[in-house]
Design a protein around this ligand. Structure first.
Ligand SMILES: Nc1nc2c(c(=O)[nH]1)N[C@H]1C(S)=C(S)[C@@H](COP(=O)(O)O)O[C@H]1N2
Ligand SMILES: [Mo]
Length: 220
């Protein structure tokens, strides 16, 4: 796999974000309920552009060699290529993005495979309780199976009617609207179902294990 290190100093970038966590930057101490007339979680501000954020490596993945592996505690482990992935049911979903760095973006139109449809295909075992996501840039993140299986979660290939750009995670990225956006792994490569929770990249570096923006679970 080729990759481009876009940010000259990736260590510096990661260290800065670790420091945010140590200093509890941006915390308002407020919690808020999500309501139709209040879609902005505490400490967030709205943007209309779509920022690019990641650990500084943009993998270039040849479409013919892309695979999404599903393993761990499932009845039917899988290794989808793009054609097989495209043959799964496709769903259009609209949701808001909330990034822990304080920007939110409303009304993003996604097309992709809804998580419940993926679960119906691979059939997690009863003892599976967590999901580990691994990406082509080496990034990892974790979430409870219950959060992953919600019907607003999508493994997205399109945004606003266009094929997802490489910067935003093409060919396939996860979108988990209920949680801060670091849980939404770009360049998805593998999904592992586990009995025990395993903290991912930012979860090991001072970020909250759950990451609910309405409870302002930024750090922890
Ligand atoms: N593979 C991968 N996925 C990732 C990241 C990353 O570094 N690598 N960063 C996360 C973070 S911190 C954020 S805020 C969002 C940003 O997604 P965007 O660049 O499409 O806005 O991707 C998340 N998913
Ligand atoms: Mo982020």
């Amino acid at each position: 796999m080729d990759s481009v290190v876009r940010n000259g100093d990736r260590e510096k970038l990661i260290a800065a974000k670790e420091q945010w966590a140590r200093q509890s930057r941006l915390l308002t101490g407020e919690t808020r309920l999500r309501e139709d007339d209040n879609r902005l979680p505490p400490g967030q501000h709205l943007v209309t552009s779509w920022p690019v954020l990641d650990i500084g490596i943009t993998p270039t993945i040849r479409p013919e060699s892309w695979r999404l592996d599903i393993g761990g505690l499932v009845q039917r482990p899988a290794s989808f290529d793009l054609t097989e992935f495209g043959a799964l049911p496709q769903t259009a979903l609209r949701s808001d993005i909330h990034c822990v760095t304080s920007w939110s973006r409303f009304d993003n139109d996604w097309i992709g495979v809804a998580a419940p449809d993926l679960l119906a295909d691979v059939k997690p075992l009863a003892k599976a309780r967590f999901v580990q996501l691994e990406a082509y840039d080496g990034y990892t993140t974790n979430l409870p199976l219950d959060s992953f299986g919600r019907d607003d979660v999508v493994l997205a290939t399109h945004w606003q009617g266009q094929v997802l750009s490489v910067e935003h995670g093409a060919p396939v990225r996860l979108v988990v609207p209920q949680l801060y956006f670091w849980k939404s792994a770009k360049w998805l490569r593998r999904i592992e179902f586990t009995e025990i929770d395993r903290p991912g990249f930012w979860e090991q570096r001072g970020y909250h294990n759950s990451g609910d923006p309405w409870l302002e679970q930024r750090y922890g």
